[in-house]
Design a protein around this ligand. Structure first.
Ligand code: HBI
Ligand code: FE
Length: 277
């Protein structure tokens, strides 16, 4: 997303290392930020059991990071033994190539700053609450963790092929706004939904948005909106499906996609398999 923002970035980039990482500097969080974290966590963790996939809910419960802003070190001790991933502290949005290189090496960038109280319901750039609550639990799931690494590897490659837009759409419609079929019905695994009070019930239950069975090239062809609830969600059957679909080299897909028009965010194609709620 760093490539798509035209406003100045929110974070403090003055002390970054070459790979854009910073130290978390835990002492800088104020008491009111700790209170805000607890409120954000309490609200969102009460909602997710109805809307999130079991993999997410189970790990969230086990991690239990609602008592205060989490220490990256403590989560990393657990995460490294679970899937070999590590969280790295960053000031905020990163240039695409830097972001992809971290993912390709099983490092997940997490913003160090927390939104303000005025942004309780919505913040444009990813803050520590979005990154932690939305993304960290599924880094403990081995299949999802492998998918995210493969995504990063694909991203590094895509840069040289002028295909970053396609990859950004894939990230958006899976990692951020993906839905998944489960024995208990439709659920979400997307961090943008999981960290949003309003979009959780909308994405999972509202009759308004389109829900289309996941198809890799369809997703990579589809525009998205960053400032409204999504008009279309893509539904996977399992994390295995996601990992397998993204296992092949994308180079031939990019060649095919380059010959086609992009699909509008609200458009439904005759070839789409629609999922009703
Ligand atoms: N940087 N910190 C951070 N978090 C993101 O989610 C992120 C980013 N930089 C680029 C980026 N996302 C997008 O290009 C994705 O489409 C990959
Ligand atoms: Fe995110």
């Amino acid at each position: 997303m760093a490539g798509q923002t035209n406003h100045p970035l929110r974070g403090d980039y003055s002390a970054i290392a070459a790979d854009y990482t910073v130290t978390q500097d835990y002492a800088r969080y104020t008491e009111s930020e700790q209170q805000l974290w607890k409120r954000l966590y309490a609200r969102q963790s009460a909602l997710v059991p109805q809307y999130a996939c079991d993999e997410f809910v189970d790990i969230l419960g086990a991690l239990n990071f609602g008592a205060g802003i989490p220490h990256f070190d403590e989560i990393n001790a657990k995460l490294s033994s679970a899937t070999g991933w590590a969280l790295v502290a960053v000031p905020g949005l990163l240039p695409d190539d830097v972001f992809f290189t971290h993912l390709a090496n099983r490092r997940f960038p997490v913003s160090v700053w927390l939104r303000t109280l005025a942004e309780f319901d919505y913040v444009v750039e990813p803050d520590i609450f979005h990154d932690f609550f939305g993304h960290v639990p599924l880094l403990f799931n081995p299949t999802f963790a492998d998918y995210l690494e493969a995504y990063g590897v694909g991203g590094v490659k895509a840069k040289g092929l002028n295909a970053l837009d396609y990859l950004a759409r894939l990230y958006w419609y899976t990692v951020e706004f993906g839905l998944i079929q489960t024995p208990r019905g439709l659920r979400t695994y997307g961090a943008g939904i999981l960290s949003s009070r309003g979009e959780l019930p909308y994405a999972v239950n509202s009759p308004k948005p389109n829900r289309v069975a996941f198809d890799l090239q369809r997703v990579m062809q589809s525009h998205y909106k960053i400032d409204t609830f999504q008009e279309t969600y893509f539904v996977i059957e399992s994390f295995d499906e996601l990992f397998l679909a993204t296992a092949p080299d994308f180079t031939p897909y990019y060649a095919a996609l380059a010959t086609r028009d992009a699909i509008a965010a609200n458009e439904v194609l005759a070839t789409d398999r629609l999922i009703r709620v």
